[in-house]
Design a binder for this molecule. Sequence first.
Ligand code: GAR
Length: 200
Amino acid sequence: MKENPQIARIAVFASGNGSNAENIIRYFNDPAAVNGGSAEVALVICNRPEAPVLARAAALGVPTETITRSLLNDETRFMELMEKHGIDFIALAGFLLMIPPFLISRFSGRIVNIHPSLLPRYGGKGMYGRHIHEAVVKAGERETGITIHHVSENCDEGAIIFQAGVDLDTTDTPEDVERKIHALESIHYPKIISTLVSSL
Ligand code: GAR
């Protein structure tokens, strides 16, 4: 299903709130954005039927697919899904299932993740979303940030593409840190994806 071969078709994989998914969809819908018309979010994949990201995507007219872990790990069925939607590029945005090796190799160089810390700090198993911000505050860090990286078979260990930091105040709560991180993510993630898809 690829109507215009000039326009890269992005699938965003998300498990929760979907603020990043929504920002990415809006960015590529905006013809004034840098490379704005060169790609579109053609699909949102989600593994939790109750996740707000599904309603956010639907409200913006983006098709969604709710998947199970076993479908994600079934190469034939999952690749059929990717082909049905003509997917060229995958952006993970708060997606909490491990990406199977077949998908990493079939989308080699075309699958990225955003992580809400300055990797390699605060990465790895169990380090996601609010848990990271709580650990950062508990450790008394004066800076945190975001990392956009290629996806590899080891959690949070793929090659780093981009990092941006933000200063923390001694009074910042985990909720404050989360707000600062989401602000950074919304500025940078769509632009980095845009640069990557424009060189496909
Ligand atoms: C984002 O902050 C993203 O960086 C993080 O989950 C949040 C999802 O928010 N991802 C991870 O922690 C991955 N290890 P969103 O659903 O509002 O986009």
